[in-house]
Design a protein. Structure first.
Length: 300
């Protein structure tokens, strides 16, 4: 049985919760608008929620403005270590990758993990080996490193910040509801600048970086990974939906809870099972966009 009508098809995306410089406000907003259109085109052509969130996230992974794929934040040693997850609310299946390089679209590799293995997450060398085995496209590490990411990395090194101060630009994500009533969520990130080599954040962890359940709703998170993991932010938000809160209230209360409990900052996008949207962030900015009934809404 369908639990959503055609008119309830909806997709919402975010481009990371952080303190965006004035000079990037417009371009990041344009970037999330382009990504949400990409996902929307998939949905109206009859594609699944999974196809739509993958397409939207791929678009932001390819955009050097965002901390995912090309443009990823660099580790303490100047390397690229990417994390991503995709989750199917119909079956609760998920695929994730962590600590990977040489992959421009980690969320697509995460989907392959979900569809082609009996596992949920592959990391580092094992994930790369899997990518090679299935003929997944590889890129040179340099392809993923932008001048801006290098500048930011140098800036952090010069000022000798602590890890908690290093939370700068952050993560992309999408949640969609398709015409069959299926919800999917996806999140992809380079993590936080100057993170320790081997550090994995919230993004590839089910219930932290993303969660989707057709019976309740779906969410994608952005923000300080160590805080998000401690409160399993997206599962928390979906639980609040289950308790009867609106999508907007669930997003607000979850981020409030994270601040109260662990003093963490971040952002959430949320859909309930019939396509009501929740968007909230406790950082200065978070570019977001959604399309519902053919109308595009966006903000920073
Ligand atoms: N939210 C992304 C990270 O902390 O890695």
């Amino acid at each position: 049985m369908k639990n959503a009508d055609q008119e309830n098809i909806v997709i919402v995306v975010h481009g990371g919760a952080w303190n965006i410089p004035e000079s990037l406000l417009e371009s990041t907003r344009t970037g999330v608008e382009a990504a949400v259109r990409e996902g929307w085109q998939v949905l109206i052509a009859g594609g699944s929620a999974l196809d739509a969130v993958e397409a939207a996230v791929n678009h932001m992974e390819d955009n050097p403005l965002f901390d995912a794929g090309i443009g990823a934040a660099l580790t303490r040693d100047g390397d690229v270590e990417l994390d991503a997850i995709i989750m199917d609310g119909k079956t609760l299946s998920a695929g994730a990758v962590a600590g990977i390089t040489h992959i421009q679209n980690p969320v697509s590799l995460a989907r392959k993990v979900m569809e082609k293995t009996s596992h949920v997450m592959l990391i580092a060398d094992g994930a790369l080996k899997f990518a090679k085995e299935i003929g997944f496209p590889l890129v040179k590490k340099e392809t993923l490193i932008t001048d801006e990411a290098l500048l930011e990395w140098k800036r952090f090194h010069s000022f000798n910040h602590t890890i908690d101060e290093l939370f700068s630009h952050d993560t992309v994500g999408a949640v969609a509801l398709d015409k069959e009533g299926n919800i999917a969520a996806a999140t992809s990130t380079g993590g936080i600048t100057a993170k320790m080599p081997g550090r994995v954040g919230d993004s590839p962890i089910i219930g932290s970086g993303a969660y989707a359940d057709n019976k309740i709703g779906g969410a994608s998170a952005t923000g300080h990974g160590e805080s998000i993991m401690k409160v399993t932010l997206t599962r928390h938000a979906v639980y609040l939906l289950e308790q009867g809160l609106s999508a907007q209230k669930a997003a607000e209360n979850s981020l409030h809870y994270m601040f109260q409990r662990v003093h963490g900052f971040g952002g959430l996008i949320l859909l309930d099972r019939v396509g009501n949207v929740g968007i909230h962030f406790t950082t200065t900015h978070m570019p977001w966009a959604y399309i519902k009934n053919g109308n595009l809404y966006s903000g920073v």
